[in-house]
Design a protein around this ligand. Sequence first.
Ligand SMILES: [Zn+2]
Length: 1079
Amino acid sequence: MGGEDHCGSGPRSGYPIRAPKPVSQYISQIYKSRVGQFYAKGQYAEQNLLSMMNDAVIYGEPHVKLWVWHAPEQSRPSFEHAVSHEFEKTKVGASFGPSWTTHWFKVQITVPDNVRDKELVEFHWDANNEGLIWSEDGKPLQGLTGGGERVEWVLPKSFLDGKEHTFYVEMACNGMFGIGQGDLIAAPDPNRYYTVERANIVAVNPDARGLHIDTWIIGDAAKEFPSDSPEQHQALEVYNRIIDTFEPGNKDSLKACRKIAQEYLGPNVDSHKVYESDKKPLVFGIGHCHIDSCWLWPFDETKRKVARSWSNQCNLMEKYPELNFACSQAQQYKWLKELYPYVFERVKQKVKDGQFHPIGGSWVEHDTNLPSGESLVRQFVYGQRFFEENFGKRCQTFWLPDTFGYSSQLPQLCRLAGMTRFLTQKLSWNNINKFPHTTFNWVALDGSQVICHMPPAETYTAEAHFGDVKRSMSQHKSLDQDPTSLLVFGKGDGGGGPTWQHLEKLRRARGISDTVGLLPRVHMGNSVDDFFDNLEAKGDKLVTWYGELYFELHRGTYTTQSNNKRNNRRAEDALRAVELLATIASIEGDLKYPKKDIDEMWEAVLLCQFHDCLPGSSIEMCYHDSDKIYKKVFETAEKILREASRLHEVAAKEATMETALAFNSLPWPRMEIVELADKELAVAGGSGPFIKLRPLCSTGEKPVAKLEQPSPGVFVLQNSQLKVKVEDGLITSLYDLQAHREVIPKGQKANQYVIFDDKPLYWQAWDVEVFHLDTRKELSSSETKVHEIKKHRVSVITRTKISDKSHIETVISLSASSPGEQSYVEVSSKVEWHETMKFLKVEFPVDVRNTEASYETQFGVVRRPTHYNTSWDMAKFEVCSHRFADLSEHDYGVSILNDCKYGFATTGNLMRLSLLRSSKAPDAHADMGTHDIRWAILPHQGGLGHVTVRKGLEFNNPLKIFAKVEEGEREVKNLWLQGRKVWLDETSSSALVLDTVKRGEDDDEKKEKNVILRIYDSLGGMARGKVRTVWKVKRVSKVNLLEDELEEVEVSEEKEEDGGLFWFELKPFEVATFKLTLA
Ligand SMILES: [Zn+2]
């Protein structure tokens, strides 16, 4: 045994026997409240960290001299143009305006000797509006935001030589979010002036700046970590010790404070090395800058926003090598390329370096409810081609963080455009049901899938706060499948992108995860593609979501800015016609396919489909712009049609049988009766793009459209299929003579106008809220009168008063029915609309029962409930519909066709077409004025079928009359225009639609002669078809949307006079593209 311890067993303890002093517990709420005080403005500003942020601030002459030149009116001149003018002297405190004007400042600075050796010297400019700093020789260098945000530009070292240096500031008299009068979305204030508040040379204290971010993040940990975690208590303790250590004016104390901060943040937060630990990250930070191509500002301002925002990102990438920045919208890259080549070259270099990532694959971040299927295709064609041409690479991820709901066909179209991934987060705005997944496989109507990720921080403009990182885990709904997520950060909507503060905060967030834990580990340096690559590896485990991603908000966007929507529909139809005819004329005539004109038309239409333009949520200026854009599209269309056909469009009433042809842009035979000069009636019947006219009477057809008036004010319109009873503008009976069936339920009235109060919770132009349905009021009409009684058509007219300022004139017509053609009741309305926060709709109760109604969507049909069983059903109280909505039961149904509308609802047996809204923000005059709207009631035997699909297309593309251009010729000579050229033959499934005929995208460049056909199954069943053409075909291949070959198609051996033919088979709702290479 060893020595003995007489004081007992065990080692001797030095622990004091008596407590030296009382020690208290932290009173949590008091110590937490102290957290913000350390850098708050107000009574302690001169004693807290704020007092040490800068070592020196120099302003005024002789160190800072200012001159200004005012650009005239609302012009946005180039640098060269601006600096060629005489500048006049100005100073801080002067004001500039009004709204939307531009002012160029020449700034001359001399950095004084006492700050020349400082580590970080900046120029601070704040005029509460947007600006762009230009070098003396015309290079855009740095965007400015104003209002205390992004006011600094780091001075180049060459400026610290004691000599005078010159640069320019281009001031835009608008804020990041436009100029809303007292509210973000209020109509712009036309008379805002902006004061230059700061033009300073600032020597920054880097330790103070670093400590500010340290304490910001540690303070957030103290407030936001759960109070039952040791990590929260440690943050509070560290933070309070920092405050206690700080001594105003003592630079050494700043260093001591930062040392304490390292206990919580780790030692590496001042560089990107913080990300080099080998611990597994879960949250992947990706810089982003959402720039609405127009919204609370016009397109022209967006062009400058792009230059401002992306210059800044290139600057930041140099200082923060971990920054990976993703930006979408080919259109914005194109603007940059054309207007700011210097910045574009910088971007190109950063793309090459792997920090700047073009993403999305589309022309703009477009709406996906309203554009046609072909428009969705072209968004990808024009987007992907631009990205490939300029950056050598196509995009893999479709990127729509802010768009208002997602068409059920998008996964199919993405896959056909080379993309396997999709990102959005907008569904987190749903105000009825919470979307249940973060990461999932999204499945299209045809069964195609893409991996969809919705960042759990639920924003695409994260400020990279501690809370954003934390929510990336706490709000993640797919943890069973995969715990990783994207954190999309950076100022956005009005542009901007990540700031240096965001990057500094994220470094500290990572530091916390590696040092104390608990916070999900954020990582930088990966791209969005890297993130999805990892998900793809476990794709088969991800849950699935079939069909549309319906957005439970912004349902008013199917209707707002009606004229703009009408222009979209007409432009899409015009483009179909132009491409068809130009293709034919380039093959059979001597037309050079006008690819450049067609590209310009498409790019214009695609731009206007931007997710604040087409949906109607932009300011008035944007719609003046889009009116001009569409006008040019229609003029170009007219020009191409004229050049291709050597004919020009005329009003039917000016044409004669000999000189006119009817133009049919649809791929099946048509039959219509047209009224020519001298009230002569002619039949346009047959196939092909141009159809000859023949006299009605000579053909043996007996038009039977009759009008009777059985009692005063009551009219009966009848043809061989339908009998329509109209009283006071209302259809009280619609009898189907073939089916022996009444369509309108007894005692009910169709074509009933109804008006609703329309005051949503906040987003006026965007939303129609569920409670508007409770305010339904029927509009009553005056007496109906006879409008026309002709052999081929009868109609009645009714005037309906809406208010003292607004009214509707409605013509209800019935045309003579043609054998084999389903007849419908057509309604044309002219609405004089001057209301405030009212919603006009028209109702059709029908004697049909089904729990689901069908609506045309892009390349197919989407079915939605007609009841409110669950909150998910009820949320769809207003839905998007294209050319038709249909309610069918077994063997019978009713379709409502329209020529320019998108909003619809079917509740029980009541079908309701949305006509006009009258929101006052952000456009105070949205939809005011005259509107021509057409719709039709099409009863049909059988369920929803090809009759409705085709009538929907025909209703939107009535035959047009074209006459010869050259004077003195009696006959139309270009006979080559007549007859079928390429078509689906009669044995093909009637569900198939040959939607697009165009030339190959690369025909010009490769000197090839290809015809592209886009065909889809419109009704959702396996469909076989046979293509025939009069052209000599060398080879046929099935291609994707980008016209890459997928497989060669066997051309049938069967010899026929009129050329090559091939069979094909489409899966339900498949969109197929075939390339015919001509001999
Ligand atoms: Zn947006």
